[in-house]
Ligand binder design. Structure first.
Ligand code: ATP
Ligand code: MG
Length: 541
């Protein structure tokens, strides 16, 4: 069963014998790292390949040498692999530069393309508007021989950058501006990351793209809605370059997430100006940033499935992505005890240090257990004790009891404070036999708190992330003016149960009653964790 309108088209084409098998492609321009918007396109294109037993090529749309780089090529491949997709052929639009050139020559021979001496500005100025037709270039009616000679000389490097271009000869009064003799080749002396200095002319995207699709035998060329108006040109190119079995372009709505930057150009600016510490900064909406932060690939795919594929643009709530991340981690992440702002508790009647067995993940039936030492001195979260409790406070208070997670119920005895009244220590008694299964286990307690053995606890540093952007308001919409100064908070001074010191970088955890974290790095001053997402779900279904 088709999951969306594009899959319906594919199914129809297979049923009606329009295509025997399906070929799609993912065509990134290697001018930046992939972001979560690209994940949607990846899920659509590779989803069709996987579901209908077809092929999906990875094609780098590298027609813009000044902005592109191998660093981006490599990162794109890594990110696609991480999402769990594998492409059939790895292609570059530049692999087809010779064939693309031949296509242009064929158009000239058919009287369908001409060399124009206008500058880019002059072309823009004569293109007309949505309501007025454009005006024809004085070079529009050059002879075929002259066009062939000039185009060959453009390739040979006879003319300076921007002094001439090749234009398709279509219709300067077309209601579609894209059809008003679009530029299909320009002169540009720039080193290309894939073809070096072999070329000084480069095809434009709108010309190279349909040719690449046709050469690869792509059946369904899937792109975002902005290209809907380019489809007539796409069809014009494949038809006039005489491709049999022409590919077809289909458009879907791009993924937009509220308060989330989804433009490589702007993301690059954040990297270049040092607002973030690279494309894979854990706050970045890039796939590499999400991977580094600890977002599971599966959660991102689930998110794309939840968003669906529509024909109309809309904005998705970032809480949906967080919901998908949380959902996945809730099922897969082990639970751990960490105390961020420690308050010392002395268990005055604990005879000796014990070893407490804890379940790694109660949501996972295959989960194992691990142990945590419990000595006379432990830490609990400072916020879990209040001398004067606010209403509905279910934690430790003078005269009260609380359960230590997985261990005893403890009872307040006394507390000590410094000259400013800040509590420095709480003394408690354990209630004997109150561990699970004990005769006193049934005593009613309102609160359960996490704890860490004061001697064996390992120091932690917690990187807590917030959105890079403050909420958009009526007055402030511009990204540049919405930078969130608190997008990263570093919290030091906390302790984790020693089990975490044995874990690997990249492992993810639920810190009980706190948030999901990823173990980022073991440093001398403590284990560095990245906060992936909060426990509280704010997604409104
Ligand atoms: P950006 O504007 O961020 O540079 P782009 O569209 O120029 O993005 P490409 O590298 O050309 O980036 O994109 C590769 C593929 O991913 C294209 O097919 C494009 O349509 C798709 N894509 C890019 N952004 C999104 C998005 N936000 N939602 C869905 N698909 C996207
Ligand atoms: Mg693009």
């Amino acid at each position: 069963m088709a999951n969306n309108f594009i899959e319906s088209i594919v199914e129809n084409d297979l049923e009606n014998g329009v295509h025997k098998s399906i070929v799609t492609r993912f065509p990134p321009e290697p001018n930046g790292y992939l972001h979560v918007g690209h994940a949607k396109s990846l899920c659509i294109n590779f989803g069709i390949k996987e579901k209908y037993g077809g092929k999906c090529n990875l094609r780098f749309d590298d027609t813009n040498p000044t902005k592109e780089d191998v660093e981006y090529v490599d990162s794109i491949k890594e990110d696609i692999r991480w999402l769990g997709f594998s492409w059939d052929n790895e292609c570059f639009a530049s692999d087809y530069f010779e064939q693309t050139y031949e296509c242009a020559v064929r158009l000239i021979e058919k009287g369908l393309a001409y060399v124009c001496d206008y500058t880019a500005d002059e072309i823009r100025a004569t293109r007309g508007t949505l309501t007025e037709p454009g005006t024809e270039s004085p070079w529009r009616n050059r002879s075929i021989e002259e066009n062939l000679r000039l185009f060959a000389e453009m390739r040979e490097g006879k003319y300076p950058d921007g002094s001439k271009c090749l234009r398709a000869k279509i219709d300067m009064s077309s209601s579609n501006v894209n059809m008003r003799d679009p530029v299909i080749y320009r002169i540009l002396r720039a080193h290309h990351h894939h073809t070096g200095d072999a070329w000084v002319i480069y095809p434009c995207y709108d010309f190279a793209h349909p040719i690449g699709d046709a050469i690869e035998g792509v059946t369904h060329s899937i792109c975002t809605l902005e290209f809907e108006d380019h489809r007539p040109l796409y069809d014009w190119v494949v038809k006039n370059c005489d491709f049999s079995n022409p590919p077809h372009q289909y458009e879907f709505a791009r993924l937009n997430i509220k308060n989330t930057i989804m433009s490589k150009r702007y993301l690059k600016k954040l990297v270049d100006t040092g607002v973030v510490d690279g494309w894979d900064d854990p706050r970045m909406p890039t796939l590499s940033g999400m991977r580094r932060r600890g977002y599971p690939a599966e959660a991102i795919k689930n998110f794309c499935a939840a968003v669906g594929v529509a024909k109309a643009n809309s904005e998705v709530d970032p809480a949906l992505l967080e919901h998908c991340v949380r959902d996945y981690l809730n099922a897969h992440a082990d639970r751990a005890m960490v105390v961020e702002d420690p308050l010392k508790v002395v268990l005055v009647n604990l005879p000796e240090r014990e070893s407490i067995e804890l379940i790694d993940n109660q949501n996972d039936p295959e989960s194992g257990t691990h142990t945590a030492p419990l000595g006379r001195e432990i830490y609990i979260e400072r916020g879990d004790f209040a001398v004067v409790p606010p209403p509905k406070y279910h934690r430790l208070v003078p005269g009260g009891i609380v359960r230590l997670k997985g261990a005893y119920i403890i009872k307040y005895v006394s507390h000590e404070a410094d000259v400013d009244g800040k509590v420095t220590q709480v003394n408690c008694e354990i209630i004997p036999d109150s561990k699970q299964g004990g005769v006193n286990a049934g005593i009613k307690v309102k609160g359960v708190v996490q704890w860490v053995d004061a001697e064996y606890g390992v120091p932690v540093v917690l990187n807590k992330y917030e959105s890079l952007l403050l909420d958009e308001t009526e007055e402030v919409k511009d990204f540049d003016k919405r930078a969130n100064p608190n997008s990263l908070t570093v919290v030091k001074g906390g302790f984790a149960e020693p089990w975490l010191a044995q874990k690997e970088e990249g492992d993810t955890f639920q810190f009980m009653r706190a948030a999901y974290y990823k173990l980022a790095e073991k440093r001398p001053e403590g284990i560095l964790f990245y906060r992936i997402v909060d426990l509280k779900d704010t997604f409104n279904k």
